[in-house]
Design a protein around this ligand. Structure first.
Ligand SMILES: Cc1cc2nc3c(=O)[nH]c(=O)nc-3n(C[C@H](O)[C@H](O)[C@H](O)COP(=O)(O)OP(=O)(O)OC[C@H]3O[C@@H](n4cnc5c(N)ncnc54)[C@H](O)[C@@H]3O)c2cc1C
Length: 394
């Protein structure tokens, strides 16, 4: 019998939010035999511009949690990145990356939920937490009583606010994520992707990445601007012209490309949470912290939270009485979680500073990095010339 039919349920763990973190956690805990309720206001996750790429470390965690086969069936794999810097080809890297559209990824994961963990569609209208039992009332009157409440509601504030935690903004409107389709043939790309870094200082661009999702070619660009910046409006109005001005090296790599979809733009802030060390409830994924998507760490942070909780903490918490703040605090102090969050936040701040910082320290770092890159480019060209001359000289 589903929770919706029963109107009342008693579970080990109630997970609010069936995005990436909530859905994988429900799957892992359900398969381990725990009684789980997974609640989300929408049966089908809407199509939205969110994460479109993740890296090998995330896939390794998904595999460790037993989710490798389902996730691999929902993503496109890339094995080579070609990197362009200072307007020229710079480097070829053999790196595994995985790309996807967020809505279909989440819906695919929801479809793969074990039968004993159905998705309960509803909005939380009341929540009370304590050292032993947590109680949720949904807008249809359903009452869910749990030993542990997991908040996985992403950017949404309603449930967090009802519990009494607050977001701390470390860098408001830190960056803009921009996504659009490119009208070029995916077959030409095979299993490579392209990354273009800005050619000169002052463009406020982290990078542009071109990659395949199924039979679509997609571009993600991350810039250090706000949505209100006239640059953002100009880019939306004529992305192709602006791209060719900013990074003319794209054109020979992407053929006679055209921007083939509306340009999607989302502002992102760097945030953490305060007041979260409390009885009965744990915050995960974006409901705990948000970092810059340019670093591609969001999925890895969410997967790390779920892995640490499901492999170590939740089984131990459920095996002993009570669910006090001291128990839950052990997760927030977990060295693997702390390192994943700290690294994502550090690189979010560092990448913006190196791209936009005007202080002496940042100017010196840029000069040092770009000089080293120029030398690498010259060295590669000379080696290439040497190889071409060699047969005639022999
Ligand atoms: C534009 C953009 C691009 C990004 N690109 C990347 C990238 O390339 N790589 C990367 O690793 N990360 C990227 N990220 C970050 C990444 O998308 C997130 O870190 C990750 O998706 C967080 O997953 P989550 O499960 O915590 O939240 P979400 O997936 O947002 O899930 C939240 C869920 O909670 C539900 N919910 C909301 N309110 C309630 C409520 N009141 N009651 C019940 N349920 C509720 C929602 O319906 C949703 O299903 C990007 C982010 C943005 C905004």
């Amino acid at each position: 019998m589903t929770i919706a039919e029963a109107g009342q349920a008693e579970v080990d763990v109630a997970i609010v939010g069936a995005g990436l973190a909530g859905t994988i956690m429900a799957t892992v805990l359900g398969k381990a035999g725990h009684k789980v309720a997974l609640i989300d206001p929408h049966r089908v996750h809407h199509d939205e511009f969110r994460a479109e790429k993740t890296r090998l470390e995330s896939m390794q965690l998904f595999e460790k949690m037993g989710l490798g086969p389902v996730i691999k069936s929902l993503v496109t794999s890339t094995t080579e990145i070609q990197i362009f810097r200072l307007g020229q080809f710079f480097q070829r890297k053999q790196v595994s990356e995985f790309s996807f559209s967020y809505g279909p990824l989440i819906n695919g994961l929801r479809e793969a939920l074990p039968p004993e963990v159905p998705l309960t569609v509803g909005k939380v209208s009341e929540v009370s937490t304590g050292p032993d039992r947590q109680r949720l009332v949904l807008n249809n009157g359903t009452v869910i009583d749990a030993r542990l409440l997991v908040v996985a509601t992403g950017y949404s504030e309603a449930v967090r606010r009802a519990i009494g935690v607050e977001r701390v903004e470390h860098s408001k409107a830190h960056s803009l994520a921009i996504g659009f389709d490119l009208g070029i043939s995916p077959q030409e790309f095979g299993s490579r992707s392209l990354t273009f870094y800005p050619g000169r200082f002052g463009q406020r661009i982290a990078y542009l990445s071109v990659f395949r999702i199924g039979n679509r070619m997609r571009a993600n660009m991350f810039v250090y601007r706000t949505v209100a910046d006239p640059w953002a409006q100009a880019f939306r109005a004529d992305p192709q012209r602006m791209l060719l001005q900013l990074m003319p090296e794209i054109a020979p790599q992407c053929g006679n490309f055209a921007v083939a979809s509306p340009v999607e733009v989302r502002q992102v802030s760097l945030t953490t949470t305060t007041g979260h060390r409390r009885d009965g409830v744990v915050f995960i994924g974006d409901a705990f912290s948000t970092t810059c998507p340019a670093q591609g760490d969001g999925i890895l942070r969410a997967a790390t939270d779920v892995d640490r909780l499901c492999s170590t903490y939740i089984p131990a918490w459920l095996a002993t009485p009570g669910m006090g703040a001291d128990k839950i605090g052990t997760f927030y102090d977990d060295p693997v979680k702390v390192a994943a969050d700290a690294s994502a936040m550090h690189f979010s701040i560092y990448a913006k500073s190196i791209a936009t910082g005007t202080g002496l320290e940042w100017r010196i770092r840029r000069l040092r990095n770009n000089s080293a890159r120029q030398l690498m480019i010259i060295g590669r060209k000379m080696r290439h010339l040497g190889q071409r001359r060699a047969p005639g000289m022999a």
